[in-house]
Design a protein around this ligand. Structure first.
Ligand code: HPA
Length: 270
């Protein structure tokens, strides 16, 4: 694994000299965020050694290097999901690479189903915590001590200071920002009503098919994490309607400007 990470990092660094400080994983419908970046370099996943290739519609696969409010950024346009058939190690490999490229902060975005009755479709939720319901963990297997400890602490997965800043930004911009616990599940099925209720009863406010593996690996390596989610559909009893990937993308695209503003201002403030 370590060798593969180094091979990939060496490949990228042989193309250009750019040391990113922040990594951003752009989730469903959020690809447009890169339009506001000053792009300096771009490499498609298919051209990067050891990178899996993204297969889901709406997830283009490329690493975008550039700046955003003066901060040096590497954005993952398109992420890898466990339901695509990748191993947990493949899903999280790019996060390892970003760390070795030099980032110290990882910002993650995603789309999720809202299961807290106070949430509305189109709302944005900052993750205060997560629950791993994948039934597996990307750190299973021999621990690589150069990456992090065998038993990583998870007492503060999402940085409290950044969460506070996000709320200040939202307040000033008149955005009704929500905060809650994200449950990560494998998918690819959306939940049955009984499953939404089950997940709600675990203590979660929203449910989605990503983020948890990436954040586990990021925290293992000591990266500071911030994650934000667009509530694209409802899993609240009485509000559940048929949901499609297209609708999820549509709602996410509509909410994107609010989310982009929060991320941009957050980057300005650090
Ligand atoms: N469930 C799981 N993943 C999701 C959902 C959902 O309702 N919406 C968007 N991603």
């Amino acid at each position: 694994m370590l060798e593969k990470i180094r091979e990939t990092v060496d490949f990228i660094q042989s193309k250009f000299d750019f040391k990113p400080e922040v990594g951003i994983i752009l989730g469903t419908g959020l690809g447009g965020l890169t339009k506001e970046m000053t792009v300096e370099h771009e490499i498609e996943y298919k051209d990067i050694p050891n990178f899996p290739i993204s297969t889901v519609e709406g997830h283009r696969g490329a690493l975008i290097f550039g700046s955003f409010n003066g901060k040096k950024i590497v954005a993952m346009q398109g992420r890898f999901h466990y339901y695509e058939g990748y191993t947990m190690q493949q899903v999280t490999f790019p996060v390892r690479v970003l760390k070795f490229l030099g980032i110290n902060l990882l910002i993650v975005s995603n789309a999720s189903g809202g299961i807290n009755p106070d949430f509305n479709v189109g709302d944005i939720m900052v993750l205060s915590d997560h629950i791993n319901l994948f039934g597996t963990n990307p750190l299973i297997g021999p621990n690589i001590k150069e990456l992090g400890p065998r038993f990583p602490d998870m007492s503060q997965p999402y940085d409290k200071k950044l969460i506070r800043k996000a709320f200040q930004i939202a307040h000033e911009a008149n955005i009704d920002l929500k905060k809650g616990v994200y449950a990560g599940v494998t998918g690819p099925t959306f939940e049955t009503p009984a499953e939404y209720m089950y997940i709600r009863n675990t203590g979660a406010d929203a449910v989605g098919m990503s983020t948890v593996p990436e954040v586990i690996v990021a925290r293992h390596m000591g990266l500071t994490c911030f994650a934000i989610s667009i509530i694209t559909d409802s899993g609240v009893p009485g509000e559940i309607v048929e949901v499609t990937h297209e609708e999820v993308q549509e709602v996410a695209a509509k909410a994107e400007p609010k989310m982009a503003l929060i991320i941009k201002e957050l980057l300005k403030s650090i």
